[in-house]
Design a binder for this molecule. Structure first.
Ligand SMILES: *Cc1c(COP(=O)(O)O)cnc(C)c1O
Length: 382
């Protein structure tokens, strides 16, 4: 019996611990994709497990219109941890169940607060698979069969300030940007580009939205990637690693967005079990300076891959990324490499398009895990 939409791989995973996944017969895999960047702290993290078990025994779910201390704690934590500067802080939090929903909410909130409908998004960008977020996603293959999607989306070249300046006008509700494009091939934006986006949107009275669903919760070496660039958006979306495995999306927004009181809701918004997992995850990330580890090991890993490329003349065109969000652009297709890494080397990684290997390991990995990845790359590439 198979799932209906996902193509499955011939490795049946039943257990996890730290950066490792195991089959029933005990075969070990190093999870260098953190299962779509979800296992930010590694699998079966004891603190998350304990928080979830405690909450499960107390209360699985209560509707979001009744305050609950576990949910209130998460609202406060996210508001306190959100990026901030002298003029902006993202104190208002909307909780949902996935990344795409967090972006749908951001779209609605921005439209509602500005009374406008045009959205500027980027070529190669990825924002999710529901009809609104999908409309802002670039890849034709994802969109074509489902058109017509939400209208009013204008695409600009990622990184091109002039094109962006031209696109953002008095009809623009929002600009959606990933601070590092993930699915599109791991392309970091320059701090100047993000700052320019801040200036253009501010001037036009539009909302700047950073989709930090992949870059957030420490992945790029700071808690949020936009902190590294020193730019605070009006809305920030998070998901993937935020609850270390339970489904949670969050849309953080500035007062001017929240004060416009968007009509929105979701049955499962902020269920206490998911919130308990997120509280434990965020506490661990902050207390153990997990972003600092991601910065340090990420830099080490990129350096080692570059050194190996030179020393062994590996068929690698480019190594790029930030923290533990790393793309390796290879000269031939990435599919065979991913298969060989998994089946011969016991390492699971991800693609980003046809020619990029995407590394998104748990943020808690150490040099020994990075070394194992580099040795495996040399092995499958020579
Ligand atoms: C994964 C991802 C999404 C979609 O999140 P889902 O939880 O799969 O809906 C949106 N934006 C970015 C940048 C992502 O990486």
């Amino acid at each position: 019996m198979s799932g209906f939409v996902f193509s499955e791989k011939p490795i049946q995973i039943e257990r996890g611990e730290g950066p490792y996944l195991y089959t029933d017969d005990g075969t070990e895999y190093l999870d260098f994709g953190a299962s779509y960047a979800v296992a930010a702290l590694g699998h079966a993290h004891p603190r998350v497990t304990e928080a979830v078990q405690e909450q499960v025994a107390k209360l699985l779910y209560v509707q979001a219109s009744y305050p609950n201390s576990t949910r209130t704690e998460l609202y406060g934590k996210l508001a306190a941890l959100g990026p901030t500067d002298e003029t902006r802080s993202l104190d208002n939090v909307w909780l949902c169940n996935s990344g795409t929903e967090a972006n749908e909410a951001a779209m609605k909130f921005a439209r509602n607060a500005t009374g406008r409908s045009k959205i500027v998004a980027t070529r190669r960008g990825f924002h999710g698979r529901t009809m609104g977020a999908l409309a802002m996603t670039w890849k034709e293959k994802y969109k074509k069969p489902f058109e017509p999607l939400a209208g009013g989306i204008e695409f600009v070249t990622y990184g091109d300030e002039e094109e962006l300046e031209e696109a953002v006008d008095d009809d623009t509700a929002a600009v959606f940007l990933e601070p590092v494009q993930g699915e599109g091939g791991i392309h970091p934006a320059s701090a100047e580009y993000l700052r320019a986006a801040r200036d253009y949107t501010e001037e036009a009275g539009a909302a700047l939205v950073f989709d930090e669903i992949q870059t957030g919760v420490g992945r790029t070496g700071t808690l949020w990637a936009c902190e590294g660039a020193g730019v605070v958006p009006d809305l920030l979306t998070a998901a993937k690693g935020i609850a270390n495995g339970l489904p949670l999306g969050a849309t953080l927004c500035a007062d001017w967005i929240a004060d416009a009181e968007p009509e929105h809701g979701s049955t499962f918004s902020g269920g206490p079990v998911v919130c308990a997992a997120a509280n434990a995850t965020l506490d661990t990330i902050v207390e153990e300076d997990v972003p600092g580890n991601a910065a340090q090991i990420g830099e080490y890993l990129r350096g080692e891959i570059e050194a190996a490329t030179e020393e062994h003349d590996l068929p690698i065109r480019d190594v790029r990324g930030l923290g533990l969000m790393i793309g390796i652009e290879v000269k031939r297709g990435s599919n065979r490499l991913l298969r060989d890494l998994a089946l011969n080397e016991g390492i699971l990684a991800l693609p980003a398009g046809r020619t990029v290997l995407r590394l998104l390991p748990p943020l808690t990995i150490e040099e020994e895990h990075a070394d194992r990845m580099v040795d495996a790359l040399i092995e499958v590439m020579t």
